[in-house]
Design a protein around this ligand. Structure first.
Ligand code: OAD
Length: 245
């Protein structure tokens, strides 16, 4: 790591860490990202699969796409980046991981303090009564579609789609922790969706140090005090080592 001595000593003084992750953190588990080479949005049109309108038009097509992704995720395992974030949680007195990922791999790795701001692919939500429940069947028994475990009406994936609002309470909790944290680590997100940029700006404006880990320059890079260029599965374990020393 090529951190200046000054930055190293400022980092070592930090007691509260917030981590913000995106699809890049799961890339080394074999789960495709959205925008890079081989990204999902190169292959599929979001407006056909990840909008409320697409679901109203053809719920079976949307559920099939999520079912395909669930199969990929079920076969994947948390990678060294996920594990390093579990280790960082143990090292910092105050810790929160905010993820845009819906794959559940942070929880499977063992992260405790977790906000899934885009929802979770293993949960479903009733389109009528909004009840959220675990939908763990994989593969789904098509042509039967998931039904609410309470009222029996059609259920949808419990994820945030394009054109939908975030859960206000979840964002409030994210903002609260970011306004108090001393260090923000942003990892594996392009920042092409505005929320990570907004949250990073907020932490920075409140005085947090900002580190980034990405394979390439992103919308976050210009906001970071330092950007590590490289795969999260290598960088994050090194960062754990640095904080342990
Ligand atoms: P993107 O696909 O937009 O960006 C992934 C980022 O991860 C890129 O900046 C890559 O350079 C970086 N990356 C790839 N492999 C990496 C690795 N091994 N180590 C470190 N970085 C790596 O994914 P997100 O930013 O997460 O939302 O996308 C945000 C949201 O847009 C997603 O949650 C999804 C999508 O539309 C919805 O579906 C609602």
């Amino acid at each position: 790591m090529e951190l200046t001595a000054d930055l190293q000593s400022r980092l070592k003084r930090c007691r509260s860490l917030v981590v913000l992750t995106g699809a890049g953190v799961s890339a080394e588990s074999g789960i495709p990202t959205f925008r890079g080479a081989g990204g999902l949005w190169k292959q599929y049109r979001p407006q056909d699969l990840a909008t409320p309108e697409a679901f109203s038009r053809s719920p079976e097509v949307v559920w099939e796409w999520y079912d395909m992704r669930r199969s990929l995720i079920a076969a994947a395992r948390p990678n060294p980046a996920h594990q390093a974030l579990v280790d960082l949680e143990a090292l910092f007195p105050s810790f929160l991981l905010i993820t845009q990922n819906i794959d559940g791999l942070h929880r499977r790795a063992g992260t405790q303090a977790l906000l899934e701001i885009h929802g979770n692919i293993w949960k479903a939500r009733c389109t009528v009564c909004a009840h959220v429940f675990d939908e763990l069947r994989n593969p789904l028994p098509f042509p039967e579609l998931p039904r609410c475990s309470l009222c029996g009406q059609l259920a949808r994936p419990h994820v945030v789609w394009f054109g939908e609002s975030y859960d206000a309470q979840i964002i409030e909790r994210a903002e609260d922790s970011l306004s108090h944290c001393e260090l923000l680590l942003v990892c594996g997100t392009s920042g092409m969706v505005s929320m990570p940029v907004f949250l990073t700006r907020m932490a920075r404006d409140r005085g947090a140090l900002v580190l980034e880990c990405n394979l390439e320059t992103s919308e976050i890079s210009s906001l970071a005090d330092f950007s590590f260029s490289g795969p999260a599965g290598e960088t994050l374990p090194q960062l754990v080592q640095f904080f342990r020393e």
